[in-house]
Design a protein around this ligand. Structure first.
Ligand code: IMP
Length: 421
């Protein structure tokens, strides 16, 4: 079975927890895009793990893969492997495989990301992890791949060719060009450490599927941060929608069995860009505090707002979800009434689907429906039927608005705080 799981909003939907939960039934969990701009929090018992690159299935028996479409900061990856080792979790090459063609994020990518963002008149609010500049180099065929990094002479030859170009670019942006060559010795060391992990991800996945094994492809970020279909230019630099998993991983679309969307019961966004239902006042603060809405990667406070059905509907179109996991329902406890955005007023019309351009989305005024809230603590519920009628009603209303079955409802950060509908 091949399942693709993606975020349906702006990232931070709680994918890590759902992947951790599902991966107990999967033989392989694979990341297909993005890099350490992503952050997954997985909580098991009293332990909290914050991961950026290693797939969220790390705490189960599944094999973990990082595909060729991922941009890898080797320093961060090695730190994560070490962090898990000190927690008693050994991430050996039997456990983790990284594709030979994964692009390496070099220190000059990070520097350029920061410098470029400082100079933008309209900021994007990137995570400053060098993601966009690493993808630029992939597209322009000036990338350093893991295969290059792992072979010292190839790496040194590549750097000889690339260094002058990168130094000029950093100088142009007003930065210190020494960052390009100073890091080379450290990076040859990283190459040696990561060499045993190298694998051919597409081959591994196709062989696994041929042997009826279960593969879970884990998306990072969310539908509206997609480089093509998202709220440009406030997007990340990779394709975050389900279809891209096939292209990034080298697995044909005929093999896909399920596409799961992870949807938060309200909406959040970090960085700039339109967010029509954003609540700057009391409700926003309440959601941020109750939901712990601070970035896993950058610690930035997330912007919070009411559930936005038009944006979620677009995510359903972009991904063709076969089922949805609704997360953080418990965060809405105590808010009464709860508002759901069911459409937008835009240029004198009411629309149930978002306009294509960010400049148009900025001008949309949400049309809300009010539904009854609940007061009872739902974080200990063991069955969907234990939930107060109003909470069940909220879940069913979202299901109606999206036309996709909600299969899982999460009512707290812990692995066991989950209800199967
Ligand atoms: P970049 O991916 O660092 O280039 O950042 C581009 C935009 O995507 C910024 O608005 C970031 O805040 C946002 N972004 C990137 N990764 C994530 C994520 O994992 N969750 C939420 N937002 C993200």
């Amino acid at each position: 079975m091949f399942t693709i799981l993606t975020g349906a909003q702006f990232g931070d939907e709680g994918k890590g927890k759902i992947v951790d939960l599902l991966s107990q039934d999967y033989d392989i969990v694979v990341r297909f895009q993005g890099g350490n701009n992503a952050g997954h929090t997985v909580i098991v018992g009293d332990d909290t793990y914050k991961l950026h690159l290693i797939p969220s299935g790390v705490l189960t028996d599944a094999r973990l893969l990082i595909g060729p479409g991922v941009v890898v900061d080797p320093r961060v990856l090695i730190q994560e492997i070490e962090m898990l080792k000190s927690a008693g979790i050994r991430v050996t090459p039997e456990k983790l495989g990284i594709d030979a063609k994964a692009s390496i994020i070099m220190p000059y990518h990070i520097e350029m990301d920061k410098l470029r963002e400082q100079r933008r008149t309209q900021k994007i609010g990137t995570t400053a992890r060098g993601i966009g500049f690493a993808y630029i180099d992939k597209i322009s065929r000036d990338e350093v791949r893991l295969a290059d990094l792992a072979h010292k002479n190839d790496f040194l030859a590549t750097m000889d060719e690339l260094a002058p170009q990168k130094e000029r670019a950093i100088l142009d942006l007003g930065g210190d060009p020494d960052v390009v060559r100073d890091s080379i010795p450290d990076y040859t060391g990283y190459g040696a450490i990561l060499k045993p992990y190298i694998t051919d991800v597409s081959y591994e996945l196709n062989i696994a599927l041929n042997h009826d094994m279960n593969v879970l492809a884990e998306g990072a970020q969310g539908a509206h941060l997609d480089i093509i279909h998202g709220t440009q230019k406030y997007v990340t630099s990779s394709s975050t929608v389900a279809g891209s998993a096939c292209a990034y991983l080298g697995v044909g679309p005929k093999r896909v069995d399920q596409v799961i969307g992870v949807v938060k019961a309200y909406i959040t966004r970090v960085g700039e860009g339109p967010l029509p239902t954003e609540q700057a006042g009391e409700i926003g603060d309440l959601l941020r505090e109750a939901g712990g809405e601070f970035g896993t990667t950058t610690g930035r406070p997330r912007r919070c707002g009411w559930f936005d059905a038009p944006l979620a509907r677009k995510a359903v179109y972009l991904n063709a979800y076969t089922g949805i996991a609704l997360t953080k329902l418990d965060v809405l406890t105590g808010i009464d009434p709860i508002r759901i955005c069911i459409g937008y007023e835009f240029d004198g019309q009411c629309n149930e689907y978002p306009p294509e351009l960010s400049s148009e989305l900025e001008r949309c005024v949400p049309v809300y429906e009010e539904v009854e809230g609940w007061d009872q603590d739902i974080s200990g519920a063991e069955d969907f039927s234990d939930l107060p009628a109003a909470a069940q009603g909220y879940v069913h209303r979202i299901e109606d608005l999206l036309g996709v079955t909600i299969q899982i409802v999460s009512v707290g950060p812990k692995r066991e705080q989950v209800l199967f509908v």
